[in-house]
Design a protein around this ligand. Structure first.
Ligand code: UD1
Ligand code: UDP
Length: 363
C-alpha cells in the first residue's frame, strides 16, 4: 500500500494542513502517516488546534523544545528519518524549519516530495522563511501553488513540472471554522468588545522582535495606531515576542501603553472571532494577511515586504514596516478603505484537490 508521510510542527502548519490531512486520511488504499516535529509545543500553540479542528493525533510526535534553528532542522531530520525512509511521498507545508527539514530529508532519502503553499515569495532572502520556501520548492516533485502569481514565481525559478494551482487551504479551514467560531467563541463578550470597536494585532516575525530597537519602535507605532483609530488594540502575544519583550527589558514600556491589551495566544476559534469583528488587523503574520482578506477586514502589514502580494493589489492590505509615522498613515488609510474586494485564495476545496493530485501521483 502506498505510504504518504506528512510532516507538520508549527501553529500555522497545523491549522492550514488540517483540511489537507483530513482529505489525505480519506484516500482509499493509501496509508497516511502524520508526523509532528515538536517545533511548537505549548498547549496554546499546538494541541488546542488539534482539539478545535477535530484533527487526529499525530502518529509520531517528536520533541524539539528550545533548539536554535540549525538544530531544529538537524534534529528533525534525524528524528523523522526512520518514518520517512520508505515513504512513497513526503508532504510538507509552508516555510518553517520543520518544512525545510522534511524537504531535505525526503531529498536525501531519495523519496518524492510535495510542497503545499509552493511558489510564494517575499524576494527577501534575509528572512529564514524565504530560504526555506525556495529549498522546499526546488526539491519538490509536486508543487501546490495557491495562486497564479505563485505559479509565475516558480516559473521564474525554472520550475515548470508538477505545479498545480489549487488555492490555499487557509480558506478550507476558514470556511469550516468561521461558522463554528460564531457559535462557540465567547471571547468578545468576555473582553467586553464590540464589532469594529478594536484593532487586532499579532507580531512575532524574527526580524521584527529579535532586535530591541525595532521592537521598541514598534511599541511606539502601536501606541500611535491606537490613538489614530481611537480604539484599543487586542494583542495575543506569540511566545517568541513574549520572550523578546522580557529579554530586551521592554515589558514595562508595553504595560505603560494602556490601550494595548496583551493576552496569551488564543485558540483558532477565538482568533477567528477576533479577526472577523476587528476594525482593522495589524500583523506581520502570513496567515493573518490571508484571513483578514477573506473576512474583508482591512490589514496593515508591519513588514517591508510580503509574499502575499495578491492582498496588496486588491487594496485589502498595505505594507507599513514598523516606523511609527508610516504605520499611523497606513492605519488612517485602511480604516476608510471600501471593504469590497474578492477573495483571491480559492474556494475552500484545496484539501480535496491536493488529495486528488496525490492519489493520481501514487498510481
Ligand atoms: C516559526 C516560523 C515562522 C512562523 C512561526 C509561526 C521558522 C524559521 N519560523 O517562528 O515562519 O511564522 O513559527 O508561529 O520556522 N516557543 C515557545 N512555545 C511554543 C513555540 C515556540 O515558547 O510553543 C518559543 C521557542 O522556545 C523559541 C521561540 O518561541 O524560543 C521561537 O520559536 P520558533 O519555533 O523557533 O520560531 P517562531 O518564531 O515560532
Ligand atoms: N492564530 C491563532 N491564535 C493566535 C494567533 C494566531 O489561532 O493567538 C492563528 C491565525 O488564525 C492563523 C495562524 O495562527 O491561522 C497564523 O499563525 P502565525 O501567525 O503564528 O504564523 P504565520 O502565518 O506568520 O506563518
Amino acid at each position: 500500500m502506498a505510504r504518504i508521510v506528512t510532516v507538520i510542527g508549527t501553529r500555522p502548519e497545523i491549522i492550514k494542513m488540517a483540511p489537507v490531512v483530513k482529505a489525505l486520511d480519506r484516500l482509499p488504499g493509501r496509508e497516511h502517516v502524520l508526523v509532528h516535529s515538536g517545533q511548537h509545543y505549548d498547549l496554546m500553540m499546538d494541541r488546542i488546534f488539534f482539539q478545535e479542528m477535530g484533527l487526529r493525533a499525530p502518529d509520531h510526535q517528536f520533541e524539539l523544545k528550545d533548539q536554535p534553528p540549525h538544530l531544529q532542522v538537524a534534529t528533525t531530520m534525524r528524528q523523522i528519518a526512520s518514518v520517512a525512509q520508505d515513504a512513497d511521498l513526503v508532504v510538507v507545508h509552508g516555510d518553517t524549519n520543520t518544512t525545510v527539514a522534511g524537504a531535505l530529508l525526503a531529498n536525501k532519502l531519495g523519496r518524492p516530495l510535495a510542497h503545499v503553499e509552493a511558489g510564494i515569495r517575499s524576494f527577501d532572502r534575509s528572512m529564514p522563511e524565504e530560504i526555506n520556501r525556495i529549498v522546499a520548492d526546488q526539491l519538490s516533485n509536486l508543487l501546490f501553488a495557491p495562486t497564479e502569481t505563485s505559479r509565475g514565481n516558480l516559473r521564474k525559478e525554472n520550475l515548470t513540472q508538477g505545479i498545480q494551482v489549487v488555492g490555499n487551504s487557509v480558506i478550507d479551514a476558514l470556511i469550516e471554522n468561521t461558522r463554528i467560531a460564531r457559535k462557540r467563541s465567547t471571547l468578545l463578550r468576555r473582553l467586553g468588545l464590540k464589532k469594529r470597536g478594536y484593532l487586532l494585532l499579532t507580531f512575532h516575525r524574527a526580524e521584527n522582535v529579535d532586535d530591541p530597537e525595532r521592537l521598541s519602535r514598534a511599541l511606539d507605532a502601536f501606541e500611535g495606531a491606537s490613538k489614530e483609530a481611537g480604539l484599543p488594540i487586542i494583542f495575543p502575544v506569540h511566545p517568541r515576542t513574549a520572550k523578546m519583550l522580557k529579554a530586551h527589558g521592554l515589558e514595562r514600556r508595553a504595560a505603560a501603553i494602556q490601550t494595548l491589551r496583551r493576552m496569551e495566544p488564543t485558540g483558532y476559534l477565538d482568533l477567528l472571532a477576533l479577526e472577523e469583528s476587528a476594525a482593522l488587523v495589524m500583523t506581520d503574520s502570513g496567515g493573518l494577511q490571508e484571513e483578514s482578506c477573506f473576512f474583508r477586514v482591512p490589514c496593515v502589514t508591519l513588514r517591508e515586504n510580503t509574499e502575499r502580494p495578491e492582498t496588496l493589489s486588491l487594496g485589502a492590505n498595505v505594507l507599513a514596516g514598523t516606523d511609527p509615522s508610516r504605520v499611523l498613515e497606513a492605519v488612517r488609510r485602511q480604516m476608510d478603505v471600501p471593504r469590497d474586494w474578492p477573495n483571491p485564495f480559492g474556494d475552500g476545496t484545496t484539501g480535496l484537490r491536493i488529495a486528488g493530485v496525490v492519489d493520481g501521483f501514487l498510481r
